[in-house]
Ligand binder design. Structure first.
Ligand code: ADP
Ligand code: MG
Length: 232
């Protein structure tokens, strides 16, 4: 077993620059990072620092300018778009600040859909979706459409959907950023329980230092690099 396999997610010397007129804006430069199965890591950095960029690269939604992303030991840089899409569906779960649930489908159906795209039959997908919604304590809301749910409930459905295909890596981009502090706490508790129970490697961008302090460790971005952050 090579060193890579000890980590569900590993970034190696990742570079990301944007052209801004004549200037070159450096977002990531020599960004190294790894996260083990079951580990929950907070990504805390000011707005504009590059949190979403980092999560999109780690989640294979964007390609870095240089460097490599390893998912469960597999180098993803040389994969074609079709294989990257497949990896994304099978091995990565993504949660956004706004839930991005499909409005015309129920909570249950929203959690079933990624599984059915993944090839599961209706009954199996429904059973797993029900289990996940129960686990997130929203089983009673399974038949509701997103518009009939509160913000906290919508985010719990979005989290259930993100882990429906049992990913190795869970990436969340300010998942509680849109919620009041009490609701954010409930959603975070549910998220934590799920990470602990499933063994997924979780990287969670947040501005909330109290929540960040409850994760295993915190990181930030400094001059394009990923460095440890001590939260006092
Ligand atoms: P954060 O999520 O921490 O707020 P982002 O990753 O969204 O930060 O953005 C980091 C920086 O990169 C910002 O200055 C943003 O304006 C810039 N940026 C993001 N996407 C692009 C893009 N497609 N083109 C040019 N600049 C971008
Ligand atoms: Mg962002």
């Amino acid at each position: 077993m090579t060193d890579h396999h000890k980590h569900s997610l590993r970034l190696d010397k990742v570079e990301r620059h944007y052209a801004q007129g004549e200037e070159r804006l450096t977002i990531l430069s020599g960004a190294d990072f790894e996260i083990a199965p079951g580990e929950m890591v907070a990504l805390v950095a000011p707005s504009g620092a590059g949190k979403s960029t980092l999560l999109h690269i780690a989640g294979l939604l964007e390609r870095p300018d240089a460097g490599e992303v390893y998912i469960n030991g597999e180098a993803c840089g040389s994969l074609d778009d079709q294989r990257r899409t497949q990896m994304r569906r099978q091995t990565i779960g993504f949660v956004y600040q706004f839930h991005h649930l499909l409005p015309e489908f129920s909570a249950l159906e929203n959690v079933m859909l990624p599984q059915m795209i993944g090839g599961l039959v209706h009954k199996e997908a429904a059973d797993r979706a029900r289990q996940l919604l129960d686990y997130m304590r929203i089983g009673a809301r399974a038949s509701h459409r997103p518009a009939e749910l509160s913000g906290g409930e919508q985010q719990r459905v979005a989290i259930a959907r993100a882990v429906a295909n049992s990913p190795y890596v869970l990436l969340a981009d300010e998942p509680t950023g849109n919620l009041d502090p009490t609701t954010a706490g409930y959603v975070f508790d549910a998220l934590t329980a799920l990470v602990r129970q499933s063994g997924v490697a979780a990287l969670i961008a947040t501005h909330n230092h109290a929540l960040a302090a409850r994760m295993d460790r915190a990181i930030t971005l400094e001059n394009g690099r990923i460095v440890p952050l001590v939260i006092s």
